[in-house]
Design a protein around this ligand. Structure first.
Ligand code: ZN
Length: 61
């Protein structure tokens, strides 16, 4: 059920969001969870995922 949106759609709301490191499953799962939270209107959960992503990237990359 993917809609055809431009790839930079999410960048218009929060430019400073961390992106997944290529090949890292943990980054990917956090980015997917963030997108799911946002698409269901749960912006506080989405911002929690950003916090987790930053912590993970600081520790693991
Ligand atoms: Zn990672």
């Amino acid at each position: 059920m993917e809609t055809q949106k431009p790839q930079d759609y999410a960048l218009t709301e929060l430019p400073a969001e961390p992106a997944a490191e290529p090949g890292c499953a943990e980054c990917l799962s956090l980015v997917v969870a963030r997108r799911n939270a946002r698409s269901s209107g749960d912006h506080s959960a989405a911002s929690d995922r950003n916090v987790e992503l930053r912590h993970h990237q600081a520790a693991a990359h």
